[in-house]
Design a protein. Structure first.
Length: 401
């Protein structure tokens, strides 16, 4: 640390949402194991993030938190007091429950199933590019509808639910931001109850109308006589829609913007064979998820600082992805020829590594690569950030082609 005023992580500071990477770089230099004003700890170095995500002494279950922000907890308790169901989302469960659900979901969410959607993804992308050619917005016509339509079709969900689930999802994801207003908590609670009720009806209908789709496969997935309950199915479907869809929107929107602004990099995408390396570097550069939360199960020492048992720790995925100690002095630059870019933290690491990573990569490869080749002379005319701290991305991206 320097003798000057301590560096504080303040995502409400002017300019942060437009460009958080300058803040991350300063904290990596001055205070890489940082205790924020809200009481949570934040890790900014690649090595620390990698280590904590694989540490068995870390939990994702909020019930293990002992040191909490009382104001935030009170707001959540008041808003969610009518929601008494036991949460069974894989994102908030530790082993052995996590391992059990992941095994069951993986049986239905196989690489073969994902790859089988390649022709359909290309078809949806081609249709979206036609709308963009007619003056449509990149987010509205491509980045948002593509992952939503794909996951809906994979699950066998009705397409008519799109706008309704989009609104619910947008409200719910605010709860994973490190700073949230009481009004946003209340809106998230309402959205959570409405989405849960809707998905419970969908799961019940699907049980009586099984088909050749992912939700039917999840319903029938079995290991040693064990199957997911109705509540577990509902919560996993919710995760697939929220976590999978929201992050892929950010990847596609941010990836298109990054390439349009860098014609030298866009020119490297000579064909689909170049798209696999492209998407890994864009995942690193864009970092659709900025942080991943853990809770210490014991006192944990990192770089000489002791994080007490029961503390919330935010692993700075985006900061790790731009750490010059890992990626070199050009870490803040997009380089589609970068070596080892597949070791990024965009999907986390360890047992909670994103289950939908292969689907996100497939969608990103096809959407971004196809856009770059279809519109080689595109320029950005306007854009707007979505205002989220964690799931940072664009709400609007207008281009001239």
């Amino acid at each position: 640390m320097t003798d000057s005023a301590p560096v504080l992580f303040n995502p409400l500071e002017a300019g942060y949402l437009e460009d958080p990477y300058e803040t991350f770089a300063e904290l990596r230099r001055e205070d890489p194991v940082h205790q924020s004003p809200t009481g949570s700890w934040i890790l900014f170095d690649y090595d620390d993030v990698f280590t904590i995500l694989r540490d068995p002494a870390m939990s994702v279950d909020d019930r293990n938190a002992e040191i909490v922000n009382e104001e935030r907890r009170a707001a959540f308790k008041a808003a969610f007091e009518d929601d008494e169901r036991e949460r069974r989302s894989i994102l908030g469960l530790d082993p052995p429950d996590h391992n059990r659900l992941r095994r069951l979901i993986s049986k239905a969410f196989s690489a073969r199933t994902v790859e089988g959607f390649r022709p359909r993804v290309q078809e949806l992308v081609d249709a979206a590019l036609e709308r963009i050619a007619e003056g449509g917005d990149v987010i509205e016509e491509l980045a948002f509808p593509l992952p939503f339509d794909v996951i809906s079709e994979m699950l066998g969900m009705p397409a008519a639910d799109k706008d309704m689930i989009r609104d619910w999802s947008g409200a719910i994801v605010k709860t994973i931001d490190p700073i949230i207003t009481p009004e946003e908590v209340a809106a998230a609670a309402v959205a959570n109850r409405e989405m849960s009720a809707h998905l419970a009806e969908v799961v019940a209908w699907k049980r009586d109308n099984l088909g050749d789709d992912l939700l039917s496969a999840m319903i029938q997935a079995e290991e040693d006589g064990d199957q997911m309950s109705a509540a577990e199915l509902r919560d996993q479907v919710s995760v697939l829609f929220i976590a999978g869809h929201e992050t892929t929107v950010n990847l596609i929107g941010g990836g298109v913007r990054a390439l349009v602004e860098r014609p030298d990099q866009r020119a490297l995408l000579t064909g689909p064979d170049a798209d696999a390396a492209m998407i890994e570097e864009l995942l690193r550069f864009v970092s659709p998820v900025q942080f991943s939360r853990r809770i210490t199960l014991e006192d944990t020492e990192i770089k000489g600082r002791v994080i007490p048992k029961g503390s919330f720790v935010l692993a700075g995925l985006a900061s790790a992805n731009h750490d010059e100690k890992r990626w070199g002095p050009d870490a803040d630059e997009l380089d589609l020829n970068r070596a080892d870019t597949g070791q990024h933290m965009a999907f986390g690491s360890g047992i909670h590594y994103c289950l939908g990573a292969s689907l996100a990569k497939l969608e990103g490869q096809i959407a971004i690569g196809s856009f770059a080749r279809r519109f080689p002379n595109a320029t950005i005319t306007d854009y707007e950030w979505n205002g989220r701290i964690n799931l940072r991305g664009l709400d609007r991206l207008a281009v001239e082609i």
